[in-house]
Design a protein around this ligand. Structure first.
Ligand SMILES: *Cc1c(COP(=O)(O)O)cnc(C)c1O
Length: 467
């Protein structure tokens, strides 16, 4: 499998090289040149497989030129054996034909573990073979940072630097990052906001000279294709558990960077019968504005009770645009260039295609809390606020009640106790056993000024082979 850039001007790469880069050299994102496609009979033959075996089958065509099958299966098995729940992605029933897929049963309690636990192993494997050492740099408003640190802490060939906005992430989220004591893990608290952190990461990827020529940066946010790839699997797993593929399914997905739901779109393109894919957003609703009204207009960031969805530009939307434009990279570039600062829309037939593929809905903080309370009242099931947005969007957009509706449960409620408290349910979410001592563990992080040179020289001095 080769990978091509969504802007059409960068060289095609194999899986291994895509894994080790961030953006393509033309500023685009890598996507597979083609998708494997399956008949319902082929998908049916996977029914009953344990999660890791299904995962190997679904992902292997994407990596086969780079990694021998036995090695890959082994890594995938280790990845998902590490999840404390045997089902890995258990389904919980809310109502007669309504479900939550609990994607928060991994080590850091958010769905990002599905991809980042695997990514750490893939990186170590490939870097060992190449005898290389790389530096991961990422910005986080919470969940990505802890999942990336947990996924890479054991990688011998990786140093990981995660920037978070000082005093602006929740205590649970901060402690999940800062209590990891491995020498290759570097937590930087920036005196600034999340956008400042992200800008410095972007600038550092664009000019990596501060690191010298013995290493380079690798991205762990969802511009990295390996993350999308790993997320395709659980859509198929959900379908097989609920009577697919001979029965269609609907999914509602709490969305920020459009990574998780884009994986659902790919599962459908690969042959999985999916009747509805619902883009569920908070008040930062550029994607909902686009899907519902063909209005793609930059917004100013609003801070909500669902910080992991507080995003104004969804990077993976570019991957969808590429398909909507018939895979013409030049057109993608023109659209995004125009969209930089002004409102734009797609030609009507292209937008109609997007409308066919996705429904969308936006939920504000007040309603989010109400939904947490309502669902708790109906079924004593405690939702995290991100998942609550998914459930509300599912209920608002649902077309056919005979089709199972699955909301992706993206985080554990104990990660977001503030929203749960505000909902007034009167119960406190409890951290699972492997994290009960989180508040006793020692923290380690460095507070630095919101200044690119300061951050870069800190990194240059602290990675493993720094001079
Ligand atoms: C990252 C995250 C999201 C958004 O996922 P995208 O792939 O960026 O759309 C939603 N909910 C939670 C809890 C997250 O951590």
């Amino acid at each position: 499998m080769r990978y091509i850039s969504t802007r059409g001007q960068a060289p095609a790469l194999n899986f291994e090289d895509v894994l080790l880069t961030g953006l393509a050299t033309d500023g685009g994102l890598y996507v597979p040149e083609y998708l494997p496609r399956y008949t319902p009979e082929e998908i049916l033959s996977w029914r009953g497989l344990p999660y890791h075996e299904l995962a190997s089958k679904v992902m292997y065509p994407f990596v086969e030129e780079s990694i021998p099958e036995d090695d890959f299966r082994q890594m995938v098995r280790e990845t998902y054996d590490h999840f404390p729940h045997r089902a890995v992605a258990p389904l919980v029933q809310l109502d007669s034909n309504e479900w939550v897929m609990e994607l928060f049963r991994g080590p850091t309690l958010a769905f990002k573990d599905f991809a980042l636990q695997l990514l750490g192993r893939l990186l170590d494997y490939v870097l060992e073979r190449r005898n290389q050492h790389v530096v991961i740099m990422g910005a986080t408003s919470g969940d990505t940072g802890s999942a990336a640190i947990e996924g890479c802490r054991h990688s011998k060939h990786v140093d990981i630097f995660i920037l978070h906005p000082h005093e602006r992430v929740s205590e649970v989220q901060r402690r999940q990052m800062t209590t990891v004591q491995d020498d290759n893990v570097h937590n930087i608290a920036v005196r600034g906001n999340f956008d400042d952190c992200q800008k410095m990461v972007k600038a550092s990827f664009a000019d990596q000279s501060f690191l010298g020529d013995k290493t380079h940066l690798v991205a762990v946010n969802s511009i990295n294709w390996a993350r999308i790839m790993a997320q395709i699997v659980y859509y198929i797993y959900a379908s097989l558990a609920l009577g697919g593929p001979h029965r269609s399914l609907a999914f509602s997905v709490p969305t920020g960077n459009f990574g998780d739901i884009f994986a659902g779109y790919l599962a459908r393109e690969m042959g999985l019968p999916v009747q509805q894919l619902i883009v569920a957003t908070n008040q930062n609703d550029i994607l909902h504005q686009f899907m519902s009204g063909n209005h793609y207009a930059p917004q100013t960031l609003q801070h909500t009770l669902t910080p992991s969805m507080d995003i104004t530009i969804s990077s993976n939307f570019e991957r969808l645009l590429f398909d909507l434009y018939g895979r013409d990279g030049r057109k993608v570039f023109e659209f995004l260039d125009k969209a930089d600062g002004t409102a734009v829309s797609l030609e009507e037939p292209r937008w109609q295609r997007a409308r066919q593929l996705f429904d969308s809905y936006s939920v504000d903080d007040k309603r989010t809390c109400e939904v947490i309370a309502e669902v708790y009242g109906e079924s004593q099931y405690l939702l995290d606020p991100h998942t609550a947005i998914g459930v509300e969007s599912a209920r608002q957009c649902r077309r056919d009640h005979s089709i199972p509706m699955v909301t992706m449960g993206t985080a554990h409620p104990a990660k977001f106790p503030e929203a749960v408290e505000r909902s007034g349910v009167g119960v406190e979410p409890v951290l699972p056993p492997h994290l009960t001592d989180l508040f006793q563990r020692e923290e380690r992080f460095t507070v630095l000024d919101n200044d690119l040179k300061t951050i870069q020289s800190y990194m240059a001095q602290h990675w493993k082979f720094a001079e």
